[in-house]
Design a protein around this ligand. Structure first.
Ligand SMILES: [Zn+2]
Length: 184
C-alpha cells in the first residue's frame, strides 16, 4: 500500500472522462492495489473521498469515508466501481465543498440531497443503494471526477469561492445565509 501523489487542477487526468473497469479487471491484483492506495491516500490527505483520476488513473472508481471516529455521524468506507447515479428528486441543496485536487479553496455547490447509486464493489459484486445528506454530496462530487468535472463547474456563481483561512474566518458561520434552494 502506498500514499500516491494527488494531481491538481491543470492535470489532464482531471478533465478526461475515465474508462469503465472491464470485467476481466474486476477482482484483479491491479484493481485491489489501486483501491488500497486510494484509501491510504485519502486518509493521509484527510479527505472524505478520492476518485481514481485524482491519482492519474483513468478508471471509473472512487472511494469515500467520513467521520471515522464518530459512530453517530460515521460514513463507513465504500468502494464504488463503474457507478451510475440517479437523483431521487429534482431538488437541490447548497453546501460548502472543497477538493483535494483544488487545494485550499471552498465554494457553495448545489447537489441533490439523495441519489441512487448503482455499480459494483471492488470484488465485482453489484451495488444498489440510496445515499443521502453528506454522503450524497460526496458521491456526486466523486462521480463528477469520473466525467472530467470538478466542483467549480457546478457552482452557480463564483461569489462564494474562498480560500480556506478566509472561509474559516468569515464564511463558515454564515452557512445559514446560503442561497435558497433552487429546483432544477
Ligand atoms: Zn474532488
Amino acid at each position: 500500500m502506498a500514499v500516491l501523489p494527488i494531481v491538481r487542477l491543470g492535470h489532464p487526468a482531471l478533465r478526461t472522462p475515465a474508462s469503465p473497469v472491464l470485467p476481466e479487471e474486476l477482482a484483479g491484483r491491479e484493481l485491489a492495489q489501486l483501491v488500497a492506495d486510494l484509501v491510504d491516500t485519502m486518509r493521509a490527505a484527510e479527505g472524505v473521498g478520492l476518485a481514481a483520476p485524482q491519482v492519474g488513473v483513468s478508471w471509473q472508481l472512487f472511494v469515500y469515508e467520513a467521520e471515522r471516529d464518530d459512530p453517530e455521524r460515521s460514513i463507513p468506507l465504500r468502494v464504488v466501481v463503474n457507478p451510475m447515479l440517479e437523483a431521487e428528486s429534482g431538488e437541490l441543496v447548497y453546501d460548502w465543498e472543497g477538493c483535494l485536487s483544488i487545494p485550499d479553496l471552498r465554494g457553495l455547490v448545489p447537489r441533490h440531497p439523495a441519489v441512487r447509486v448503482r455499480g459494483l464493489d471492488a470484488a465485482g459484486q453489484p451495488l444498489d443503494f440510496v445515499a443521502s445528506g453528506f454522503e450524497a454530496r460526496i458521491v456526486q462530487h466523486e462521480f463528477d471526477h469520473l466525467n472530467g468535472v470538478v466542483f467549480l463547474d457546478r457552482m452557480r456563481d463564483l461569489q462564494s469561492l474562498a480560500f480556506y483561512d478566509e472561509w474559516e474566518s468569515y464564511l463558515r458561520e454564515a452557512e445559514d445565509d446560503a442561497p435558497p434552494l433552487r429546483p432544477e
